[in-house]
Design a protein around this ligand. Structure first.
Ligand SMILES: [Zn+2]
Length: 81
């Protein structure tokens, strides 16, 4: 599997993701264009903004990727190496 995951118009390397928002963005600004999007925080204070689908997809990638010790599609992993 790829270590890149598509978020918005960017291909984000999984190892750059610090956290994902669990809830959609809401700041109360009338003209906020990110309302309903999920913040994805990257290293160095950058953020990208994911749709609900992109966020779910990214979460799945991150859970499978496990800090760079990625394994092949379809391969079972029991938690020990
Ligand atoms: Zn906002």
């Amino acid at each position: 599997m790829s270590i890149l995951c598509r978020v918005d118009d960017k291909m984000v390397p999984l190892y750059r993701v610090m956290w994902l928002a669990a809830t959609p963005h809401f700041c109360g600004e009338e003209d906020c264009i990110r309302e309903g999007c999920y913040e994805v925080r990257l290293e160095q204070g950058e953020s990208v903004w994911a749709s609900a689908n992109e966020r779910d997809n990214l979460q799945q990638h991150l859970e499978r990727w496990q800090g760079g010790l990625g394994y092949e599609d379809g391969e079972e992993h029991d938690g020990t190496w």
